[in-house]
Design a protein around this ligand. Structure first.
Ligand code: FES
Length: 145
């Protein structure tokens, strides 16, 4: 029997948009993969590069940040700062041999419940194609020894 890979993906979601969109997706009874673990944050501007790197180090196969639409951040530029940090982390991980596609930034509004579900499915499919993160696998091997 072959084991199917089910990725673990962490999503940092701004409470004003993506988290509310996740709620809406639930109210609309939209289904999306259960691989996504949502973490509510006050604004994506609070997400630092270390949070993304630590998620990968701790075994996540993918991680993304979902914030308000550009120009609509409640703290003005939080989502723009998050975008820069996501791009910075993409750059760093690609230099150490990890696929930058494992990290992503999305922008959506609280009314975009279907888009939230779409993003969750998109990231799950993307990470499934990439396969398990070698960082997480190394960690599992170390723990088993
Ligand atoms: Fe939503 Fe800043 S308040 S990203």
């Amino acid at each position: 029997m072959t084991e199917t890979f089910e990725p673990q993906i962490l999503a940092y979601c701004c409470k004003f948009c993506a988290y509310a969109a996740a709620d809406l997706a639930g109210s609309m009874r939209l289904s999306y993969p259960g691989n996504i673990k949502v973490i509510q944050i006050p604004c994506t501007g609070r997400v630092d590069a270390i949070h993304l790197m630590k998620a990968l180090e701790d075994g996540a196969d993918g991680v993304y940040v979902a914030g308000c639409l550009e120009g609509e951040c409640h703290f003005l530029t939080g989502n723009l700062r998050a975008k820069k940090r996501v791009n910075y982390v993409k750059d760093i991980i690609s230099k150490i041999g990890l696929e930058p596609e494992r990290v992503e930034m999305f922008n959506l509004s609280s009314a975009m419940g279907p888009r939230f579900a779409e993003i969750a499915a998109e990231m799950t499919e993307r990470v499934k194609k990439l396969g398990p993160s070698p960082v997480g696998m190394k960690r599992q091997i170390r723990a088993a020894l």
